[in-house]
Design a binder for this molecule. Structure first.
Ligand SMILES: Cc1cc2nc3c(=O)[nH]c(=O)nc-3n(C[C@H](O)[C@H](O)[C@H](O)COP(=O)(O)O)c2cc1C
Ligand code: SF4
Ligand code: SF4
Length: 278
């Protein structure tokens, strides 16, 4: 099978999933590339996909699951036997059940998973003081992503119909190395944090001295939690704490100070590897 189009389908508030997805899509070498970016679109229309394109679906992991906003927005898609590459991007802790969840959703929507991968991206809560997978995906990650795209094309070229491929079992993908001590200490930190009764930040803070009211955060927010002209205020009932506004503020006026930054930085210092399944 040689498919004329690769369609990248992604949700990516801080752009790491988008970068990984673009590299995979480019790697497939298809003559035509299109993108369905679900990050900032609030449109409700159904999106219908046929079987003559390859979908590359890339989503970030939130709390060990597919980011809930991505999960909801993906449900607008109706695929008709569309081959799909399933990718979860996570911030160097773990992706837990997210890949299985994406696999279940994709099949329910009418996709046929043909390959899967787990990639590491800079954690949304990474800061200069407490870096968590800072700078990832780096050049080596992106080269790996492009090579994965090439391998998917080679795999599809071996068959003339999708029925000829053995079913993809995402549970067979190699898990990242998880040192026991880091995991144990992270869970201990979590228990202590809960017991301390310390209130968790619900929204980023804004420094009024730095904010120029440029409106970039309004445009970047995937869920409309910042109203135009009222950039010093964030609606906590809507905010998904994705940090798109924090990372995208040109004045560094927005911060999300969470104890998780220190916990993640200290308990998961070892860079994890990306894994692919064909
Ligand atoms: C609310 C939230 C929850 C997260 N949960 C996890 C997690 O369970 N495991 C993990 O390794 N990374 C977690 N992350 C980090 C993101 O998966 C990671 O930074 C990813 O690269 C973000 O993708 P994006 O740049 O496309 O937004 C979480 C991030 C956020 C905002
Ligand atoms: S992006 Fe930063 S400077 Fe611009 S309005 Fe938002 S908080 Fe203010
Ligand atoms: S206001 Fe909340 S949801 Fe919107 S970009 Fe900032 S952190 Fe993300």
């Amino acid at each position: 099978m040689i498919l004329p189009e690769t369609r990248l389908i992604c949700f990516s508030p801080t752009l790491t999933s988008l970068k990984v997805g673009k590299a995979i899509a480019q790697g497939t070498g298809a003559p035509r590339h299109t993108t369905l970016d679900l990050t900032r679109t609030a449109q409700e229309d159904e999106i219908v996909l046929s079987s003559d394109l390859l979908a590359v679906i890339v989503v970030p992991v939130y709390g060990g699951q597919v980011a809930p906003t991505a999960f909801v927005r993906l449900q607008r898609i109706r695929a008709h036997g569309t081959p799909a590459v399933l990718v979860v991007v996570y911030g160097n802790r773990d992706y837990d059940g997210a890949l299985r969840e994406l696999d279940g959703l994709a099949r329910m929507l009418g996709f046929v998973p043909v390959a899967a991968a787990t990639f590491v991206g800079e954690h949304s809560y990474s800061t200069a003081q407490w870096p968590v997978a800072a700078g990832r995906p780096d050049n080596a990650d992106l080269e790996q992503a492009a090579e994965f795209g090439r391998a998917v094309t080679r795999k599809l070229a071996t068959v003339s119909t999708l029925d000829a491929l053995p079913p993809l079992e995402v549970g067979n993908i190699q898990r990242p190395r998880q040192p026991f001590l880091g995991r144990f200490l992270f869970i201990r930190d979590l228990v202590r944090l809960r017991r301390s009764g310390q209130p968790m930040p619900q929204v980023p803070t804004v420094d009024p001295e730095r904010c120029t009211h440029c409106g970039a955060c309004v445009r970047l927010c995937p869920v409309g939690a910042i109203a135009p002209g009222d950039e010093l205020h964030t609606d906590a009932s809507i905010c998904i704490r994705c940090c798109a506004c924090v990372k995208g503020c040109p004045m560094e006026a927005r911060r999300f100070d969470t104890p998780f930054s220190r916990m993640l930085s200290t308990r998961f210092p070892e860079p994890k590897a990306n894994h692919t399944l064909l």
